[in-house]
Design a protein around this ligand. Sequence first.
Ligand code: SAM
Ligand code: SF4
Ligand code: FES
Length: 347
Amino acid sequence: AKIVDIINKAETTHSLTKEEIVDLLRCDEYDQQLFLAADRVRSQYVGDQVHLRGLIEFSNICQQNCFYCGLRKENTKVKRYKLTPDTIIDLADKAKSYNYKTVVLQSGESQSYTVADMQYIIRSIKALGLAITLSLGEKSRDEYQFYKEAGADRYLLRIETTNSRIYKELHPGMSFENRLRCLQDLKDLGYELGTGCLVGLPNQTMECLADDILFFKSLDADMIGLGPFIPNADTPLAQERGGTFNTSIKVMAITRLLLPDANIPATTAMETLDKNGRIIALQSGANVVMPNVTEGEYRKMYMLYPGKICVNDTPKHCVSCITGKIQGIGRHISTEFGFRQSKKLTN
Ligand code: SAM
Ligand code: SF4
Ligand code: FES
């Protein structure tokens, strides 16, 4: 089929075959049409509101060794930190004062907070009237359940890649099956579920990326976070080329066409590769931004990859910076919690 026909099919039926997705990813000639179609679907299904989620990077301690990530356990160049529960709650309170309706609590995967600590943090932040997204990595079903009962609303756990061979190569000591188990448990427990992938991993092909997109659809993910893999010099993938901005935006745009009402962030990694990256993403299917609300030196210490944006900026500066950019393209900052629309209707 012709590329324009594939784009039209995706825009009207929100479904594509793997072959059609691969054709779209391989051909760059009609990228502008693809981005415009994704922008229309975004506007039609989730509107012109942009949801801001305040990101709190509360600890960089990690027991895993993901090959791509600067926080991996074997990276001894990172100075490790963990914020106290009350400091985390205080950051959430500040996020509230900037009018953020959601905070995302993200960290390396570790046991450095007890379940009781996390429950205290979650309950206290819920008492502020905020929605909570967790991004803590792989946990037992019980632990996920305790956090849900304490009030957590959403969970982000990227599958990273659906190619089980690549997954295995890049995640020593981890298993693809357990990743899937986690995603299923989170869904069963009633979390709004976020997943996503890295674009441009070693040996990853356009077929792999097409499978990733179809995976998001089959899981019916509520949120999908995508970004380029950016090589970090202090990791085993230091010499790799990494993903490109354009392919990342294309994967995101196709994801929007196939999951029309999902929440899709314009990610920090996109802006790292293009200084207007988040705005381009917002005009190619994205409807969420996650500004950093971590303060001071900790921003620099949560270094997944080089060139991370905003490391020298304050949370206050980031609010006005991103608000201005969003309003500059005629979009509005949402004053709602920004749950997935279809969820609200069905629950
Ligand atoms: N530890 C939790 C986990 O792995 O789900 C949450 C924090 S982890 C740092 C968040 C995301 O960072 C991962 O899902 C991964 O996709 C992304 N990431 C890690 N290293 C990266 C790199 N070099 N380039 C781009 N993204 C990276
Ligand atoms: Fe740890 Fe997450 Fe980084 Fe993997 S991606 S090393 S689990 S922080
Ligand atoms: Fe942080 Fe622009 S969002 S400086």
